[in-house]
Design a protein around this ligand. Sequence first.
Ligand code: ADP
Ligand code: MG
Length: 710
Amino acid sequence: MKKHRTDQPRASSLDAIFRPRSVAVIGASRKRQTIGREILANLVEYGFNGPVYPVNPQADSIHSIRCYRTIADVPGLVDLAIVTVAKDQVLDVVAACGKKGVRGLIVITAGFKEVGKEGASLEAKLKAQLRATGMRMIGPNCMGIVNTEADVKLNATFAATAPVRGNVGFVSQSGALGEAILADAVETGLGVAMFVSMGNKTDVSGNDLLEYWEDNDDVQAILMYLESFGNPRRFTTIARRVTRKKPIVAVKAGRTAQGARAATSHTGSIVGLDVASDTLLEQCGVLRVSSMEEMFTLAQALANQPVPAGDRIAIVTNAGGPGILCTDALIGSGLTLAELSPKTRKALAKALPPEASTGNPVDMIASADASRYRAALELVTRDPGVDGIIAIFVSPIMIDAYEVAVAIAAASRGVKPVLSVFMGKRRSDEGVAELRSHRVPVYRFPENAAAAMAGLVRYRTLRDRPIGRTVRFPSDAARARKAIASARRAGRTMLSAREVGEVLAAYGFPLAPSRLCSSVAEAIAAAHELGYPVVLKAASDAIVHKSDLGGVKVDLRNGDEVAAAFKQIVSRLRSKDAKLLVQVQRMIGGGREVILGMTRDAQFGPVLMFGLGGIFVEVMKDVSVRIHPLTDVNARSMIERIKGFPLLAGARGEKPVDLPFLERSLLRLSQLVGDLEDELAELDINPLIVTGSARTSFVVDARIALIPRP
Ligand code: ADP
Ligand code: MG
């Protein structure tokens, strides 16, 4: 009987794939250079700790191993089947695996959704088979996986290079890059715990792997090459949690694909054009890097060295030039050069020749040998004003590089990070091996070491940042939904000014008092009632940016001015909308204009924006962005991160605006967006005029666009 899985599979079920007791290679081939053959050879040569069964109806033995005609013929249990058969045989093979009781699959075969509609339907059938049997699958269209764990030793790839044992978990969405990644890992001395080429992610996703590795002590740093987030919401939740325990470094290819979509709001056009997913990734604690090279640079440090307690770095070098390059790179990435204590400097002066420099960088000059490295590193490492150390050694011919490496490795004791730039001449290779065996990363250039140190500091900041809490305010979702329903009934996706007011009022936003008027007499009466000065605005569903069309007249001080403004607006804009009304609004003085907005990111869902507002917002683009939902900490940092923050905090002796009110307003917006997420496409509050007090701060203009319904 078929059983359907309804709940999320438990991550530990991935053990069938990563820690199988036995493996079958279906589609193993006698021909060299074929995928099936290479995988079989890799499994055997890497020394898999269990039986390996080749399956091929045309062969009796492959690679000196007895071969079976079908998976059903394999005696005993098979945990993992690696499928390399032609794509039109995959469904039959997978069905046979299900019958056999196989629990995990790696489908290498390509030709599924990546090739179009027909492939996609084949893939859907494959997925249904998994559902029915409860088997888990990596792929299809992938290059396999590696688990270097000593009691597993599974190299289920057809890659030419096998990684060395280490503690990095590597996920690649691109199969082609996988080969290069494995080769580079060996080259740079980066040890790997597990490597996964994801392929089409039909079943096992990057998110599943994050969860699988979350509490796996073998994996101390997670590296991801991503092209897309399958389920970004789940990714953000998981990543937020995992990055508290271990770093995640991601190369994300491609920026958010939203810029192309026509936006009807400021938030839409600004966020779509300018914001890459790195802000969003950082919010979940993920370190985004822009190249594979940068990923390897960071990974070596993150996987092998402790995170520094602060950002004060000391450089110990035998050459001035590299020391200066390193200094510049450190400062360029926002770190500081540690100030060595007088005590350290005195001791250094004693240990080093008089020509040496005892400041930071500590330049020991070219004659420095292992004993001098040892003495200087010891002193610098002990200085309480130093959080991390970069040791540089460049190629004097007379010095034994291996001995220097031993001295540098001795400074790495797991409390403060030690990174090295190592370019010796004599016994250099042994030196590099010695450093790596003590988990001291070795870089070719000072800039790389500085970038790696910056990565360590960045991770520490992300890991230790307070998350904050989400806050709820009294609200009236039903009132907001009623306003939305009235727009839907009228067949509009743009809410009218009245409807926008209802939605915002339902979430406690203070709206500038106003009246909608259809005649001069009504407008003058409204102005008297509201109190001068007032503002007149064109109120029409057909007009988006009112001031662009001369539809806003501010600072009107008496009835005559109101009458004149009314006539001007109407004569200018009635042609655009025969049913045009005029809004009379109280003039809000003495504040700053800010924008609060929401748009949808194709990958991350609702995104919230804050910035300096008004009619120049799209020129200045001084905004910050966060993924919904916001915590109080997120809201505060959004406000503090914009360049114009001093204008809000009270620059040049001016009075500051009510910052807690702004923070609450962002949290109210986050709550509103959460409640009405199924309806909202874009929302702009622009401007909210914020003064020194919440009581005199008001929303004077806002716009809400709904998700179009078919
Ligand atoms: P739009 O964005 O459609 O051009 P707004 O209502 O935002 O129209 O008005 C444009 C600008 O006019 C605002 O950025 C603000 O500078 C000013 N303004 C509008 N209403 C008020 C008001 N009630 N009090 C003070 N200034 C206002
Ligand atoms: Mg506006």
